[in-house]
Design a protein around this ligand. Structure first.
Ligand code: FE2
Length: 214
């Protein structure tokens, strides 16, 4: 059956559900496995033409993204500490002002046209991945709830199994403490999805490590 443009737009609208209507439940195991968190409402509907693991430059643009450039790197592992090679790792996030490049983001903050917003890579033979991006801005959900800066992650294993989570920054303690999504994770396991940005002199930027145990 053919799907008309109107029907497909309806489908897209259905996907654009605000945070408050989403199940915010985190899936937490008792070991060091990374807690799973909601996909959120801003997974891209339209993927940027430039799709790589450097979100700070959009192909053919003259300017780089605004904000602090950072590197996020780590490895993808099984719960038995076996490294997973060839896993697809996707990230998406708000630009430095806190706005997603997404049609249904209600945030009025200015969008940075030079920020790629989404990117992907594959883990290498040792299970490592890396992204160059910018530190995202936080954004309001309600009058009393501002999401802390965070990066969404989706891992697709070679067997097709998907894993979804979000990464936070230790320096955003105040917003982290009040975040309705992060706080669904029991305190002892929250550190598994919080990274500390540490200055790397050779890369000339701060780097955050995030190992993802499925
Ligand atoms: Fe988000």
């Amino acid at each position: 059956m053919m799907i008309s443009r109107r029907d497909s737009l309806k489908q897209i609208k259905r996907l654009a559900i605000p945070y408050l209507t989403l199940p915010l439940i985190a899936v937490v195991k008792t070991d060091n496995s990374t807690p799973q968190q909601t996909l959120g409402p801003f997974y891209p509907l339209i993927f940027p033409l430039d799709e790589d693991n450097d979100l700070t430059w959009v192909k053919d643009h003259k300017k780089e993204a605004l904000g602090e450039k950072i590197m996020i790197l780590g490895k993808v592992l099984t719960s038995n500490y076996q490294r997973i090679k060839n896993a697809k790792v996707e990230i998406w996030q708000a630009c430095s002002s806190g706005r997603y490049n997404h049609e249904y983001d209600p945030n009025q903050a200015p969008i940075d046209p030079n920020f790629q917003g989404w990117g992907w890579t594959k883990t290498d033979t040792k299970g490592y991945y890396a992204f160059k991006t910018i530190k995202p801005g936080g954004y309001p959900v309600t009058k009393n709830w501002k999401r802390p800066p965070h990066i969404h992650f989706k891992i697709t294993q070679p067997n097709g199994k998907e894993f979804i989570t979000q990464l936070y920054f230790s320096e955003e303690e105040e917003l982290n403490q009040k975040d309705k999504i992060l706080q669904r994770i029991p305190k002892p396991q929250q550190s598994l999805v919080i990274t500390e940005l540490v200055k790397d002199e050779s890369l000339k930027m701060r780097v955050g490590q995030f190992n993802i145990m499925l």
